[in-house]
Design a protein around this ligand. Structure first.
Ligand SMILES: NC(=O)C1=CN([C@@H]2O[C@H](COP(=O)(O)OP(=O)(O)OC[C@H]3O[C@@H](n4cnc5c(N)ncnc54)[C@H](O)[C@@H]3O)[C@@H](O)[C@H]2O)C=CC1
Ligand SMILES: Cc1cc2nc3c(=O)[nH]c(=O)nc-3n(C[C@H](O)[C@H](O)[C@H](O)COP(=O)(O)O)c2cc1C
Length: 163
């Protein structure tokens, strides 16, 4: 059976995922975008992957800088996700939050659940996207009571169970 784009997207809309703001800084400048296509690959060496559409305005910046920070959002950061996921000017995206500089020089979001500071050490192109394999150099972890998930084309809050 041929699978068209709409069938794929409708099914993928049922696959809930954390919401992340992926940032970079370096020779090509500063950039950031929202991504749900982020996944753990291996813990030895600690590696995650990020899928980035090559048509995105930020693609040349990430492709040149070869470093990024994955900032996993907490509940309440939906507005920031929309800014980094829309057609908003880059300066306006970054002006909406507080940032620290991570070990690789990439912006680390204050108030994120976790920030993974990475070097991009492998890129594989599949269809419209690049899969960025990222070796993690530093982690900042701030467990907040509520996480954020993108599911069925909307944001949802996840409660952390009481210990
Ligand atoms: N992996 C990606 O590139 C993703 C891109 N988006 C962007 O946000 C827009 C809104 O997304 P939704 O409201 O969730 O509705 P949607 O109907 O456009 O997408 C539903 C689901 O399909 C997948 N998807 C959408 N576009 C994709 C793409 N170009 N490549 C691979 N997977 C894709 C994602 O899992 C997404 O949550 C999308 O049209 C897309 O531009 C959203 C999620 C993931
Ligand atoms: C919830 C959400 C998840 C997204 N996930 C991804 C993703 O995993 N990969 C991707 O390339 N784009 C993803 N996007 C779209 C990018 O954030 C968007 O294309 C990016 O901001 C670049 O836009 P620009 O070309 O206007 O700069 C997502 C958008 C939203 C709202």
């Amino acid at each position: 059976m041929a699978i068209n784009q709409q069938t794929f997207r409708d099914a993928m809309a049922c696959v809930g995922a954390a919401v992340n703001i992926i940032t970079t800084d370096g020779e090509a400048g500063q950039a950031g975008f929202t991504a749900s296509a982020v996944c753990s690959v291996t813990d030895s060496p600690p590696t995650l992957l990020v899928c980035l559409n090559r048509a995105a305005s930020v693609w040349p910046v990430f492709n040149h800088n070869r470093a990024l920070c994955v900032n996993t959002l907490a509940a309440g950061q939906e507005g920031l996700s929309n800014l980094f996921g829309g057609k908003t000017a880059m300066a306006e995206r970054f002006a909406a939050a507080q940032w620290q500089t991570g070990e690789t020089g990439c912006p680390r979001l204050e108030g994120a659940l976790a920030s993974f500071d990475c070097h991009i050490n492998q890129v594989v192109s599949v269809g419209t996207h690049d899969i960025l394999f990222c070796e993690i150099k530093a982690i900042i972890h701030h467990p907040a009571p509520e996480g954020l998930v993108w599911f069925n084309r909307h944001y949802h809050t996840l409660m952390r169970p009481a210990c």
